[in-house]
Ligand binder design. Structure first.
Ligand code: FAD
Length: 495
């Protein structure tokens, strides 16, 4: 009988995706499997990707990574959400926070009670009932207080990959430097059998993970898996990125500022800020984008503005033959809700759970790809929502987004919320009802009705309920230290 046991996994590419994969594989499968990572010093990583979402903490727990240590090493700050500016309309703003808003009742979510209150003359904003959102607004943060706080990180992407490289190499990952010049396939099965480097070195393995970024050296150039283009729904196709020195204390949230033909990010780290403009090249040239970004940043620039081109969409199959694509090689939805690093993490965990020790089976491949489909479709819809639901009449780009067709699954969600105030999650959705509600309301979509369960309270009870919730939050926030002070004592990278 032939031995089909997988003994050697090769990870191609050493950006965030490659080193996250190497870290997880060497930590969790290292006893059974040899892990090799190939990266080229001549091909730069994408070098952006610095805002995360809360489940990254689970990834670190799974790997036994100490939070303070990784935050120090990556000059990280805390992130409580994203402040969206000029999105619904020019001069509007709202925060999509990681927190729960209000208090849920078994039969209906808090926003129904808030909508009922609004009808009765209560003027408080939806966000007034969210602890994380209020803490963000007031630049406060702490761990270990009475109230749990849901957060993620802003981190330096290059330092994060470096940290994970040291972590992985200590656990036995072998790193080979070199440019992949050839990918050999088995004539009979079409599986990848080996990778050859420009130096002539050949590395054979049983299973390959493509983390080569947009190039997709294995999954596309060798296996021709195909790409599903989503640019008719997500028309931005370019970004320009530049780093600046900090001129003020870091805020505990990302800023996302809409401009005429795209949006600008500001990601505060401990000593510098990551800035960028995501834009649509149909409406703005690269030079115009660079100028627009440079006009809208503060602080001395410490890098040259760099343009990055992309096509929103996804690889048709995440797992094909004996190769799984993780990171940008598997597709790119767009950085608006900082979902890429999260998708790297879920891909790693899904692959670990389905890992084909005894050979690749079609059922495992299908399971992986089906779960990936639902996850990507849900993320895609959530991102398109931000573009579609806008009331801006001042630019052709925003008008185009307002009138564009959206996937039927999203059209249904928008209609359901507008007509009934209800939100139901689809399979694979990584965002909670709270996130959908905050963004839909924030973008200006006001439901025509609320769930009558909210009438369970009479006017006095409702007032008491809303007032006590709001004051409990504002008391709790007032007890928190400044975000910057907390960083200094918890994870300062200067210490
Ligand atoms: P890359 O960083 O491109 O790494 C590719 C690796 O493959 C490199 O090591 C390279 O040397 C190697 N390689 C390529 N070809 C070869 C070859 N022939 N031979 C040998 N080695 C090779 N994500 C978030 O979660 N949050 C964000 O805020 C965020 N912002 C973003 C903003 C922009 C504008 C963009 C474009 C992306 C953003 N992302 C964000 C996504 C995030 O940057 C990526 O998901 C993440 O960096 C992973 O990239 P990667 O490792 O797949 O690819």
């Amino acid at each position: 009988m032939t031995d089909t046991t997988l003994k050697h996994v090769v990870i191609a590419g050493g950006g965030t995706a490659g080193w996250m994969t190497a870290a997880a594989f060497s930590k969790l499968l290292g006893n059974n499997i040899k892990v090799t990572l190939i990266e080229s010093d001549d091909i730069a990583t994408v070098g952006v990707g610095e805002a995360t979402i809360p489940p990254i903490k689970n990834f670190h727990k799974l790997l036994g990574i100490n939070e303070q240590e990784v935050m120090k090493a990556t000059h990280a700050t805390f992130k409580l959400g994203i402040n969206f500016e000029n999105w619904g309309q020019v001069n509007d703003q709202y925060i999509h926070s990681f927190g729960v808003t209000g208090k849920e009742c078994w039969a209906g979510e808090f926003h129904h009670f808030w909508l009922h209150g609004k009808q009765k003359g209560h003027h408080d904003e939806f966000g007034d009932y969210c602890f994380e959102l209020q803490a963000a607004k007031q630049n406060k943060f702490a761990l270990g207080h009475d109230r749990p706080i849901n957060y993620a990180y802003h981190l330096d992407a290059t330092l994060y990959a470096k940290y994970l490289r040291t972590f992985s190499e200590k656990l036995g990952t072998e790193r080979i430097e070199g440019k992949i010049s050839q990918v050999d396939k088995c004539m009979k099965t079409g599986n990848i059998s080996a990778i050859t480097l420009a130096s002539g070195q050949t590395i054979a393995a049983d299973f390959f993970i493509d983390c080569t970024g947009f190039r997709g050296v294995l999954i596309e150039q060798a296996l021709h898996t195909g790409y599903e283009d989503w640019s008719h729904w997500l028309p931005c196709d370019s970004a320009v990125a530049v780093q600046t020195k900090s001129v003020s204390k870091p805020i505990p949230y990302t800023r996302s500022i809409a401009h005429d033909a795209g949006w600008q990010w500001q990601i505060p780290l401990q000593h510098r800020v990551g800035n960028g403009l995501v834009f649509c090249s149909k409406y703005l040239s690269d030079d115009e984008a660079k100028n627009l970004l440079l006009e809208n940043i503060v602080g001395e620039t410490i890098t040259e503005p760099r343009v990055i081109k992309f096509k929103t969409g996804r690889r048709r199959k995440g797992w094909h033959k004996n190769c799984v694509a993780i990171g940008l090689s598997s597709g790119f939805i767009e950085p608006l809700e900082s979902t890429s690093i999260h998708l790297i993490m879920t891909a790693i965990v899904r692959l670990l759970r389905l890992f084909p020790y005894n050979g690749v089976t079609p059922s495992a491949v299908d399971e992986y790809n089906n779960k990936l489909d639902s996850e990507l479709n849900a993320v895609r819809d959530f991102i398109i929502l931000h573009y579609k639901v806008n009331e801006r009449a001042d630019s052709k780009f925003w008008q185009h987004c307002q009138h564009m067709e959206v996937p039927p699954s999203l059209a249904h969600k928008i209609r359901l919320f507008k007509e009934t105030g209800r939100v139901f999650l689809d399979d694979g959705d990584i965002f909670r009802v709270d996130s959908w509600t905050q963004v839909m309301l924030g973008q200006g979509l006001m439901p025509m009705q609320y769930h009558q369960i909210a009438n369970i309270m009479n006017d006095d009870e409702l007032t008491k309920f809303l007032t006590s919730l709001k004051s409990a939050i504002s008391n709790a926030v007032s007890e928190l230290p400044e975000h910057d002070d907390f960083i200094k004592q918890y994870c300062s990278s200067s210490a």
